[in-house]
Design a protein around this ligand. Structure first.
Ligand code: NAG
Ligand code: NAG
Ligand code: NAG
Ligand code: NAG
Length: 468
């Protein structure tokens, strides 16, 4: 989705927030030796994720999106919101946060210009002022987010730039190249300009090799991070059938691996089908091309798992609820089938959401909650039978009082009791599933076989008796 920029929210008691943030920072530093996330680096094992060092224990993801974490964490007055978000998420068993590890140019840049990084976004320095008035440049951005995720046992899926204009993205990179005197025709030159590709690679390298000032762990070595997403929702008008994005992913995924061989990588696709083999363009919203191939691009070397997004109401704007539900079912089924048949890789629904604006037909809470259940049930059903659809992340988690970031999709867990219960229950089910190790599954299967056999014997015996 294209997202609005956050604006500075109303201030809360500055000193209180400052103390809370300082306390959180101390807490974050104190368990730097934990292995992060859910207990170790995550790898893939066929169409499932598995925790390395966890004896290959499978892990399923009950996740959320919160693109704003780094930016809010870089603002002293609002850092408590980041802590609150992770705490609420952990309380509901959520184990994955998808968020931005980019802010290209603009008012609050992570990367102000190619290769120029605003330390305020990255670094957490010690607070030395006697006035207790926190300065923006001594507060953490991304480092704080990673440390907090680690502290709360939540994995991070970090996204490295945007297809859309929000927080820079494709357009900003192309503009930087133009400012440097290069002639680029459109924003889609992002995907094939050598200059822009070098800017992007430099950003990748800077973030991945960054050593977290709070935990002392390099990002590329931090098990809190599940993996890297090359771009949020790549699309390409210049080459609608998918060749430009294909070539770009084929170059960038191995590049990420060359710097960080330990983490997983994915492209960041929404799941739109292109013109390659095994693509089902007719299933695309409105049956048109968006510049990506779901199957072909996820087959690229260096891409470890596949992703789809799911927004039936905006994608099929104006269509009936029934048609949207049919789309939802077809979209998840079709991609799960492809992941199983053609990719043999896990699949995550890295964004899904249903518009909730009171008073708008088809957008009430009952329908939103129904949508949540449908998506979560399909994930659970797949995961439970060993299918490739093994997790998701709803769009988007906010804490209360963040009204400027509301976009109609927000879920504020403490204020949205039913949604919170649905999500919490789903997290628990998935966690239970991952406790069923290979051995447990075999034991369970053996128990089922024994029950069947004995049922069979009983049936025979009973028949026998009746024959006597
Ligand atoms: C990049 O692709 C665009 C659109 O296909 C094309 O116009 C342009 O010439 C290409 N640039 C390079 C450097 O290949
Ligand atoms: C869903 O799939 C069914 C059967 O394959 C097809 O008839 C129907 O048109 C599809 N619906 C949508 C909304 O794509
Ligand atoms: C929500 O919308 C549906 C369909 O428009 C309607 O049947 C239902 O009564 C509405 N529920 C509430 C609580 O407004
Ligand atoms: C959540 O799980 C509890 C315990 O299994 C169950 O009683 C409750 O009905 C579930 N709630 C929802 C909303 O699914």
């Amino acid at each position: 989705m294209a997202k609005a920029k956050p604006r500075p929210a109303a201030a809360i008691l500055l000193l209180l927030i400052f103390l809370a943030a300082a306390a959180a920072a101390v807490g974050a530093g104190s368990d730097a030796e934990t292995t992060g996330g859910g207990g170790g680096m995550v790898g893939v094992d066929g169409t499932r994720f598995a925790v390395a060092g966890g004896g290959g224990r499978p892990i399923y993801f009950s996740g959320f999106n919160a693109y704003w974490l780094m930016l809010v964490a870089s603002d002293p007055a609002r850092r408590g919101k980041v802590v609150a978000a992770f705490r609420q998420a952990a309380d509901h068993g959520l184990n994955l946060a998808r968020t931005w590890a980019f802010s290209d140019g603009g008012d609050t840049p992570l990367q102000a210009a190619p290769g120029v990084y605003d330390e305020a976004m990255f670094q957490v320095a010690t607070v030395t002022t006697v006035t207790c008035k926190p300065k923006r440049d001594v507060l953490a951005g991304l480092d704080f987010v990673v440390a907090e995720a680690r502290r709360h046992g939540i994995y991070l899926l970090l996204c490295l730039t945007n297809n859309f204009h929000d927080f820079g993205g494709k357009r900003q990179y192309v503009q930087w190249a133009r400012d440097a005197g290069h002639r680029l025709a459109t924003d889609d030159d992002f995907f094939n300009s050598t200059v822009v590709k070098d800017y992007y690679k430099n950003h990748v390298k800077t973030v991945l090799t960054r050593v977290n000032t709070l935990t002392g762990v390099a990002y590329k070595d931090d098990a809190t991070i599940l993996g890297w997403e090359l771009m949020n929702e790549p699309r390409c008008d210049a080459e609608p059938t998918g060749a430009l994005v294909q070539a770009w992913v084929e170059e960038m995924a191995p590049y990420v691996k060359s710097i960080d061989g330990g983490h997983l990588v994915t492209a960041g696709l929404e799941g739109f089908y292109g013109a390659g083999a095994h693509e089902s363009k007719d299933l695309n919203p409105w049956g048109i091309y968006y510049g990506t191939n779901f199957v072909e691009t996820h087959r690229a070397r260096g891409v470890d798992f596949a992703t789809i997004h799911l927004y039936p109401d905006v994608w099929l704007w104006g269509s009936a609820a029934d048609a949207q539900l049919a789309f939802l079912r077809n979209w998840t089924r079709s991609h799960a089938r492809d992941a199983d048949l053609y990719l043999r890789k896990p699949l995550l629904v890295t964004e899904y959401g249903k518009f909730l604006w009171e008073g708008v037909a088809g957008a009430n809470r009952t329908q939103r909650d129904y949508f949540l259940r449908l998506v979560l049930d399909s994930i659970y059903a797949s995961a439970a039978r060993g299918g490739p659809l093994v997790g998701g992340a709803f769009w988007q988690l906010l804490d209360g009082g963040m009204d400027t970031l509301r976009d109609g999709y927000e879920i504020i867990l403490p204020e949205d009791r039913l949604a919170a219960t649905i999500i919490g229950n789903h997290s628990r089910q998935l966690a239970q599933l991952s406790l069923n190790t290979g051995e447990d599954v075999e034991k369970e299967a053996a128990a089922i076989r024994r029950r069947r056999k004995s049922a069979h014997r009983n049936t025979r015996t009973q028949r026998g008796w009746s024959q006597w």
